[in-house]
Design a protein around this ligand. Structure first.
Ligand SMILES: [Zn+2]
Length: 419
């Protein structure tokens, strides 16, 4: 039934916060008050209702068409119709989840536990639901694009961002999660079974397409990657005008591998020296690109002098290969310098990846499931003792959420009835 509904009819459901179940049932008896409450709620969100393409609606001309009793514990669900375009909006009270008999309070706890890293199976045991029901709930959230939900929160599309793929496994297969992060929010979390530029392009294109739909003039100015070939190729294809920088911290982590057959203390000392070099290059704003080139040459000479010519030569060639990406980072003060925040996001998602394995099958909905997890990552507030305690990623980045309740925000922001 769910599939046919999705195919034949546009999803124009909106979740409205009626404060309490009692208030909702009281309003059901008063058509005028009900309509006013819904319109006031929509207005306060600052969002537009999704009328038909030809309608200019604006949300002020809706009237009651009919009300239908839907079998969700026998609660009456009202529908409103636009008098101009006849688009019908289903008004879902906040205490009901679309197509689900699960109560939002149960969903809230189970989602929070999932987000915290508990397996779907254990969450299900704790909250007396089936693991599949929880999986489907996350997938239902994942039907809605990250770009749409984040822009509904008033966040501008990111002109600078971090992009990288998480390498993981699903059952016996290697899989990759192409990811776009800007500050504390995930703008894209994809899923590919190949590490090719073509596969990554296809995944990142989903973000690009959604972004262009929001803002046709969207331009990316800078992207920071760890320099993986398929990543840079795919991003260059999709965002030809963007500067592509390489993460400085990744570089530092790679350096020890370039230094063969030397005592460990010397390797550590050289890494520390390189760290200071890159750090100082960042500090000095004006001439830093020029200064970096010169310093890298000196550093390679120093390596040759202290660790032998073979190591010196290897480091020099590696610098040669990577320095363009580092210059890019240093040339534009707005470019992100390290991909730390992206690594943090990946680590947070990593704990839930095994949950996907239990539900993996050939026609699985991995991408949708991951998008659902990404919504949780963006909208669930940080713990009390965290740096941004009580705020969610969206708020940390300057976005606004409809209410102070993350679960309600999730329900409202993933409503299909908004434009
Ligand atoms: Zn209309």
């Amino acid at each position: 039934m769910r599939n046919t509904a999705r195919q034949t009819r546009e999803n124009r459901t909106i979740t409205v916060n009626f404060q309490s179940e009692a208030a909702y049932f009281q309003l059901l008896g008063d058509r005028k008050a009900f309509l006013e409450c819904v319109l006031a709620s929509v207005m306060s969100l600052g969002l537009q209702l999704k009328h038909k393409a030809t309608c200019r609606g604006g949300g002020c001309l809706t009237r009651h068409a009919h009300s239908v009793r839907v079998r969700l514990g026998g609660v009456m669900i009202r529908r409103l119709q636009c008098t101009t375009c006849r688009a019908v909006f289903t008004i879902l009270p906040h205490f009901i989840l679309r197509y689900r008999s699960m109560h939002p309070d149960v969903a809230r706890n189970a989602l929070l536990a999932t987000h915290g890293g508990l397996s779907l199976e254990l969450c299900a045991v704790l909250y007396h639901i089936s693991p599949l029901a929880l999986y489907r709930l996350v997938c239902a959230l994942g039907q809605h694009s990250l770009v749409i939900v984040l822009t509904r929160c008033g966040l501008p599309l990111p002109t600078y961002f971090l992009a990288d793929e998480k390498h993981s496994r699903c059952l016996a297969d290697k899989v990759y999660l192409p990811t776009i992060v800007s500050g504390r929010v995930l703008w894209h979390l994809g899923y590919t079974t190949e590490a090719s530029a073509t596969a990554f392009t296809q995944s990142y294109q989903a973000f690009q397409g959604a972004a262009f739909q929001q803002e046709p003039s969207y331009r990316v100015k800078g992207v920071l990657t760890d320099g993986f070939d398929s990543t840079t190729k795919s991003l260059r294809t999709l965002f030809p005008g963007a500067r592509l920088g390489t993460c400085l911290r990744h570089a530092l982590n790679k350096l020890p591998k370039k230094l063969a057959a030397i005592p460990s203390p010397l390797r550590k000392a050289l890494r520390a020296k390189c760290h200071i070099l890159l750090y100082r290059a960042r500090q000095r704003k004006g001439l830093r690109v020029f200064a970096l080139g010169q310093r890298l040459r000196h550093f390679a000479d120093y390596v040759a002098h202290t660790a032998g010519t073979a190591n010196g030569e290897r480091v020099r060639r590696w610098f040669q290969e990577k320095k363009a990406g580092w210059y890019t980072v240093l040339a534009d003060p707005q470019m992100p310098v390290t991909s730390t925040l992206l690594d943090q996001a990946h680590n947070a998602i990593e704990r839930k990846l095994f949950a996907m394995k239990g539900f993996h099958h050939s026609r699985g909905r991995q991408a949708v499931f991951l998008t659902g997890l990404a919504h949780l990552y963006n909208l669930i507030p940080y713990q009390r003792r965290a740096l941004n305690a009580g705020k969610c990623g969206v708020e940390v980045e300057g976005g606004r959420v409809p209410t102070s309740d993350w679960m309600l925000n999730l329900q409202i922001l993933t409503s299909g009835g908004f434009h």
